[in-house]
Ligand binder design. Structure first.
Ligand code: SF4
Ligand code: SF4
Length: 97
């Protein structure tokens, strides 16, 4: 396990985004907006239960049954934890690997 440090030299343990519980996610997009690393992607759930790309600004809400956030590129995550701070549903799981 690599050892990370803050700018001030204190130990830092990244909290990487591991998963999002789609049964709890309300697709509000808050996590997406605070993430600078293109880790997540907002999807719309169709009547056929398929996930298709959705508009994070909400202009296509009526096209879907609901929206959910998915982990699109986990490898981009730097473990800053910002997404967890803004999630109102506590549906994200973070960890070291
Ligand atoms: S922990 Fe940071 S980098 Fe990773 S998905 Fe959340 S906001 Fe983006
Ligand atoms: S902030 Fe939470 S509830 Fe909102 S889209 Fe992200 S994971 Fe889903």
């Amino acid at each position: 396990m690599a050892v990370f440090l803050t700018r001030g030299g204190a130990p830092w343990t990244p909290a990487y985004l591991l998963s999002i519980d789609q049964t709890k996610c309300i697709g509000c997009g808050r996590c997406f907006k605070v993430c600078s690393r293109a880790v997540m992607s907002l999807k719309g759930v169709t009547e056929d239960d398929e996930l298709v790309d959705a508009d994070p600004d909400g202009d296509d809400d009526e096209e879907f049954l609901r929206k959910v956030m998915v982990v699109a590129d986990a490898g981009n995550c730097i473990g800053c934890g910002a997404c967890a701070r803004v999630c109102p549903k506590g549906c994200q799981k973070h960890g070291e690997a």
